[in-house]
Write a protein that binds this ligand. Structure first.
Ligand code: DGP
Length: 114
C-alpha cells in the first residue's frame, strides 16, 4: 500500500536498520526502542492487524513466529527471556496500521502492562 509506512520500509523507499529478510517477512530495529533490543517483525503482505488474520493469510504468521524464535536466539535473548507484543487498534495503541510484532528484550519487564 502506497500510504503505509511499513510497506514503504519493505520496498526500501523509507530506510530502516534491517535485521532479517526473506520472501515472506522483514525485520528491522524500532526507531524508538523501549529496551536494549527492540525489533519489529512484519509480513511483506499488507495485513492491518491481528484482527485481520484469517485462514487465507495465517501461514505467514506461523512463519513469522519461527523467524522471531531465530532472531531471539541470534540476539541472545533466549536465555533470560523476552517479550513479543502486537498492539491492535485504538485501545491497544497501534500507531502503524500494518501488522507487526515487537520483539523486545535485554531488560526485566513488568506485568501487567500500563
Ligand atoms: P505500534 O505502536 O505498536 O503501532 O508500533 C509502531 C512502532 O513503529 C513504534 O514502536 C515505532 C516504530 N516506528 C514508527 N515509525 C518508524 C520508522 O520510520 N522506522 C522504524 N524503524 N520504526 C518506526
Amino acid at each position: 500500500m502506497d500510504d503505509c509506512l511499513f510497506c514503504r520500509i519493505i520496498s526500501g523507499e523509507v530506510p530502516s536498520n534491517k535485521v532479517y529478510e526473506d520472501s515472506l517477512c522483514y525485520a528491522f530495529r524500532d526507531i524508538n526502542p523501549q529496551a536494549p533490543t527492540h525489533i519489529l517483525v512484519i509480513p511483506k503482505q499488507h495485513i492491518e492487524s491481528v484482527s485481520d488474520i484469517n485462514s487465507e493469510n495465517s501461514a505467514v504468521v506461523a512463519h513469522i513466529f519461527e523467524v522471531i524464535a531465530k532472531i531471539a536466539k541470534d540476539e541472545g535473548l533466549t536465555e533470560k527471556g523476552y517479550r513479543v507484543v502486537s498492539n491492535i487498534g485504538e485501545y491497544g495503541q497501534q500507531s502503524v496500521k500494518h501488522l507487526h510484532f515487537h520483539v523486545i528484550g535485554g531488560r526485566q519487564f513488568g506485568w501487567p502492562p500500563g
